[in-house]
Design a binder for this molecule. Structure first.
Ligand SMILES: [Cu+2]
Length: 125
């Protein structure tokens, strides 16, 4: 009986598109590219609670480094370290704010991530 309840619950979750063990939060994908704009989209807006995932399909190593991680710039929100070809880097969630970031291997690679609080956006009337 307990087993039946388990499978019923599992079936219910699958019907809802939720697989147990995976994060329920939405995932926002940013692709690293070998040519401009290098991070696609180069200007991304996500809401708090969303996981941000950078995918690196290029043949080179890259980093996803918040500009604040430079010693003089301020608090460091995220720094991927080297992201190998065909791998990815995820940040589970960020507080609202504007996060310019870059690649430490290729300083020409720059982009900005904007995190908004959905509660703070007034609904249109
Ligand atoms: Cu790079």
């Amino acid at each position: 009986m307990r087993r039946l309840v388990f499978y019923s619950t599992l079936l219910g979750l699958l019907t809802l598109g939720v697989w147990p063990g995976t994060a329920a939060s939405p995932v926002f994908h940013i692709t690293i590219e070998s040519a401009a704009p290098y991070y696609h989209p180069a200007s991304a807006t996500v809401t708090t609670g969303a996981t941000i995932r950078w995918e690196n399909p290029t043949p080179a190593f890259h980093t996803v480094t918040h500009d604040g991680c430079l010693t003089t710039a301020g608090p460091c929100a995220f720094d991927s370290g080297a992201v190998a070809p065909n791998s990815s880097y995820s940040v589970p969630s960020l507080p609202p704010g504007r996060y310019p970031y870059h690649c430490q291997v290729h300083p020409i690679m720059r982009a900005v991530l904007v995190v908004t609080d959905p509660q703070a956006i007034p609904s249109p009337t």
